[in-house]
Design a protein around this ligand. Sequence first.
Ligand code: ZN
Length: 295
Amino acid sequence: MDELVKLGDKTYVLQRPVNIGFYLLNNQEVCLVDTGNGKDYGKIIEKILENCNWHLKCIINTHSHADHIGANKYLQDKYNIPVYSSNVESYFINNPLLEPTLLFGSNPLKELQNRFLMAKPSNCMDIANLNISGLSVVDLKGHSYEMIGILTSDNVLFAGDAYTDVSIIEKYAIQYIFDVQNYLDTLNYLLTTNYSYYVPAHGQIEREPKNTILENIRNVQNIEKRILNLVENTINYNELLTKIFSSYHIKINSVQYYLISATIKAYLTKLNNENKIVLNFTEDGIFISKVTENI
Ligand SMILES: [Zn+2]
């Protein structure tokens, strides 16, 4: 029980490397927000349910990344409960091979089909038609295709991976992002909100996360600036990647390579949408150039 933090009448958090939300639907029944990165989380959750004499009623996943849905199958097998997420994320939760497929861009290498990128499948439904008294869905897309946050009647927001602790930014430099513009729009939206507590999946619970969110925005802006500097003179795509890996001191393995390169592509799409860069596809590879402004 010592790990469970109470944030309101009905809202609790299990503070771990992946924070797990518990919301009391009534005296005994609880709904989980995310399930952590594997079976171990399932066992801890199971113990908490036993100790508190709570019955698990359902699971809501903020998004489909393996570290958020890792104990879905374990809990679903044990308690026979429904799992909900947004429409697109639910496809990925039902078919976890889609996650490494998205990153690899084709039938993924065996070494990408690991527990960091691919959880066990669980049966997930679209949350759109679900009406749970006391919980509402907040659109937080950007980090992933259709990520959602969950707001509880205690005015507590479970923010998924909308932002992370500054210490995590410092450690990893480049955070995985699917759509950079949506990611920034989501962060700017969060700055306008006034919830009692904000619970990011990775990091500290904060009452006022403004500075943390601003730091996440600054980090994105800095990465964007660095890419624009690197494409000042036309650069080959592979060379751009190599320069980014070395300038951020990123240690590359297969998972890191595909996570970071997918994220860099998301930045390129944003810059291309804004007519700041062009991409030329040739026999010698992809060449990226900065668009010179007409005076
Ligand atoms: Zn994620």
